[in-house]
Design a binder for this molecule. Sequence first.
Ligand code: DC
Length: 229
Amino acid sequence: MKLITIAIDGHSSCGKSTMAKDLAKEIGYIYIDTGAMYRAVTLYALQNGLISEAGIDEDALQQHMPDIMITFQLNEETGRPDTYLNGVCVERDIRTMEVSKFVSPIATLGFVREAMVDLQRLMGEAKGVIMDGRDIGTVVFPDAELKIFVTASADVRAKRRYDELIAKGETCSLDEIRANVIERDRIDSTRAISPLRQAEDAIVLDNSNMTIPEQKAWLLEQYHKVAGQ
Ligand code: DC
């Protein structure tokens, strides 16, 4: 099998990362969750008082960017990588509703995107990576050998997110999550820099009515088609 780059883009909460993580584990690739990187920057901004009622203090955040170090480390128990912010595991803290509320506006900032894209290119330099996000097939790795664009209805996505948070013991409302999913789609798709859009050469997967094992099998088949050539 030849070593390739796999770009998985799509709407929020449509199960991209579950598919991507499972495939990475199965084929021995490195998995990089780029949404987690934007979430870590958002968490940093919240922890350092750079987000208030008045909005995001963009100038201060820009000055803080060199102090934000994001890395991934394999969790031996789950077999999946955890996100670290300045050496501290933040895998759980970056998935809260508070972070979800502010992450899309943070991800519209040019200086944040520039720093994250540089880091992502460095992480994927050697190929053998599966990267999931919004702009991987269009901006980060436009030459990726395999590009997938995943989508599902807003209702299905909100319910998946809701179940995930409830399973983690968080209190949340399905309506609030649905509104957040729709609002993030709007911000992600209409922002000026690197908006969420399907790459022309991406394969579209609508997984509204698919089980996780079905998605996994479908993705593995796409990988074999490309890497086995
Ligand atoms: O995949 P996610 O829901 O964890 O992503 C969080 C946010 O980060 C999402 O609202 C859009 C943004 N994002 C982005 O702009 N570009 C990426 N490559 C990945 C995520």
